[in-house]
Design a protein around this ligand. Structure first.
Ligand code: ADP
Length: 190
């Protein structure tokens, strides 16, 4: 199984194994760096597929602070927009949690401000930035659920995990949180 969908009221939270650059949502989120430069990982992949005009637009934005988010067009990507957000480099300090939650929340706020109804996220900070996946999944999922409960105008949020191992961690976190909130019955299989 590589796809799960949960209802958060009317909106859906989707967990999927895949490639962020292939997602057909209004916006995809880039796990960017402070310079908004192409770099490696998700960011390198997004810039490669979007083409050089994305970097031309990014250059004009004056970078992005950790936890904040900026919007560009998607150019050659299937997504119309890219939301660039910068997660924390993992340090083990309490500020990591705040910065990671801010990265998710500010990305969703930017989507809301631009009437973007579907967003795909990668697992921010868990690659080159070294954030442990279990801890990061708890922040990602709880921030997304809280946001969708408050702002159901966003119809779909996809968490796009790059491999089965990360997918399994995110599924277990999502199930645990949704059961706790009474949004999922413990006996439900998916
Ligand atoms: P960060 O610098 O924020 O840690 P990375 O881009 O290094 O971001 O990685 C974030 C996560 O995204 C990692 O789990 C990595 O395996 C995953 N990843 C890398 N490429 C892709 C892709 N094309 N689609 C989805 N996830 C990806």
């Amino acid at each position: 199984m590589d796809y799960l969908e949960y209802k958060i009221g009317v909106p859906r939270l989707i967990l999927i194994i895949g490639d962020i650059t292939k997602q057909v949502t209004y916006a995809i989120v880039n796990a960017a760096n402070n310079e908004l430069a192409p770099g490696g990982g998700v960011s390198g992949a997004i810039h490669r597929v979007a083409g050089p005009l994305l970097w031309e637009e990014c250059k004009k934005l004056g970078g992005c602070l950790t936890g904040e988010a900026k919007l560009t067009k998607g150019y050659n990507l299937p997504a119309k927009f890219v939301i660039h957000t910068v997660g924390p480099v993992y340090s083990g300090k309490p500020k990591d949690k705040v910065n990671l939650a801010n990265a998710y929340r500010n990305s969703l706020e930017l989507a809301l401000d631009h009437n973007i109804k579907s967003v795909s996220f990668p697992s921010i900070s868990t690659g080159i930035y070294g954030y442990p996946v279990k801890e990061a999944s708890e922040i990602a999922i709880s921030t997304i659920i809280e946001f969708l409960e408050e702002y159901p105008k966003i119809e779909r949020v996809r968490m796009v995990l790059h491999n089965m191992e990360d997918f399994t961690v995110y599924v277990s976190t999502a199930r645990g949180m949704l059961i706790k909130k009474g949004l999922l019955k413990p006996e439900t299989l998916v």
